[in-house]
Design a protein around this ligand. Structure first.
Ligand SMILES: C[S@@+](CC[C@H](N)C(=O)[O-])C[C@H]1O[C@@H](n2cnc3c(N)ncnc32)[C@H](O)[C@@H]1O
Length: 341
């Protein structure tokens, strides 16, 4: 066991093995603890306690259970680090009747299970403890469950009646939490965590059939937050923005929203103004970059790795300006975009 500083935590924490690597970052843990605030909560796979200490700050009493005694000892010490004294620690298998009995007064069961190191496609029953087994073991204790699941898990593999909450941190998809029973607030939701604030978008708020698709960019373009995309909430986002906006699928990894109006929304991680559109040849792109005072181009389209530097050098040849211009490709057209603050 050692005590280390880690960017996930505001204080140096106790950890062992890969404990800190799998721990929940404090900002995410605080958000989730706020959402799950209750009388008695049991965190039945608590690891080094990254999430448990935040539950303890919000709930009257908390149980911290883990099958690994050394990790549990780290969690006990981390409770001291965070100055909370309302956690009862239990070493044992969360699926054993002995553990279930000891936490039988819990209002909410939470689990952030261990994931197999390698797995082609993530499955809910290969998590440890597995979600179906937890639902069965604690079925007489409560109907209120929350689970962390791998955020990349395909939605069709989540075969439960629950809310799927995709959360992003600093513009990157970070967590998927499943909420069951009375904790379920909607089918899908997206949470964007930014500078100690959170923004939540829910499915079904707007009765939108969908968002119109387009194959070209208008005056402004916006990169939707990955949590919104993963949760399938682009229609809800369009309704929330309250302007005419279309969706442009650029390729399997990239999509943009586009509009004649500028918007400022926490659910869009980057905003751009379209400077120009040219056919896809290096000379035309280079000419347009010069005309627009660019000093640097950021290639945001797919290029074969062995051709990347050749294309980049030709595109950037002789640029003397100051600005950075982002290049997106839609069909045979290259769009030159200036990022807005
Ligand atoms: C991803 S870690 C939890 C990390 C935790 N949220 C944190 O912030 O530190 C998963 C934990 O599940 C524990 N675990 C796996 N199977 C278990 C079981 N059957 N009963 C209790 N704990 C289990 C592992 O020992 C591991 O510490």
């Amino acid at each position: 066991m050692e005590r280390i500083r880690n960017p996930k935590f505001s204080k140096p924490v106790f950890t062992c093995g890969e404990g800190v690597r799998f721990a929940t970052p404090e900002i995410v843990a605080s958000y989730r603890a706020g959402r799950l605030k209750t009388g008695v909560l049991a965190d039945i796979s608590c690891g080094i306690g990254g999430q448990t200490v935040c539950f303890a700050e919000e709930c009257d009493r908390v149980y911290g259970v883990d099958i690994d005694g050394e990790r549990l000892e780290c969690a006990r010490r981390n409770a001291g680090v965070y100055g909370v004294d309302n956690i009862t620690f239990i070493e044992g298998d969360a699926l054993s009747p002995q553990v279930v009995e000891q936490v039988a007064d819990a209002d909410i069961i939470f689990s952030d299970p261990a994931r197999p190191a390698t797995e082609d496609v993530r499955q809910t029953d290969s998590l440890r403890p597995g979600i179906p087994k937890v639902l069965e073991a604690y079925g007489d204790v409560t109907k209120s469950f929350a689970f962390e699941a791998p955020p990349q898990m395909p939605p069709e593999r989540i075969d439960f009646d629950c809310e799927r909450e995709y959360l992003s941190l600093d513009g990157q998809l970070n967590r998927l939490t499943l909420y069951f029973g009375p904790l379920k607030g909607c089918e899908r939701s997206a949470v964007v965590l930014k500078e100690d604030m959170y923004y939540r978008l829910k499915s079904g708020v707007a009765a939108l059939a969908g968002i119109p698709e387009a194959d070209k960019l208008l005056t402004f373009a916006f990169e939707p937050d990955p949590a919104v995309v993963k949760a399938g909430l682009l229609g809800e986002l369009a309704a929330e923005l309250n302007i005419n906006v279309s969706f442009v699928e650029i390729d399997a990894r990239r999509s943009l929203l586009t509009s004649e109006s500028n918007i400022d929304s926490p659910f869009c991680k980057n905003r751009y103004r379209v400077l120009d559109r040219v056919t896809f040849d290096c000379k035309s792109i280079n000419d347009s970059l010069k005309k627009n005072g660019a000093g640097k181009a950021v290639i945001r389209f797919n290029v074969e790795p062995d051709r990347y530097w050749d294309i980049r050098n030709r595109i950037e040849e002789g640029l003397t300006g100051k600005g950075t211009v982002h290049l997106f490709q839609i069909n045979d057209i290259i769009y030159l975009l200036e990022q807005l603050k």
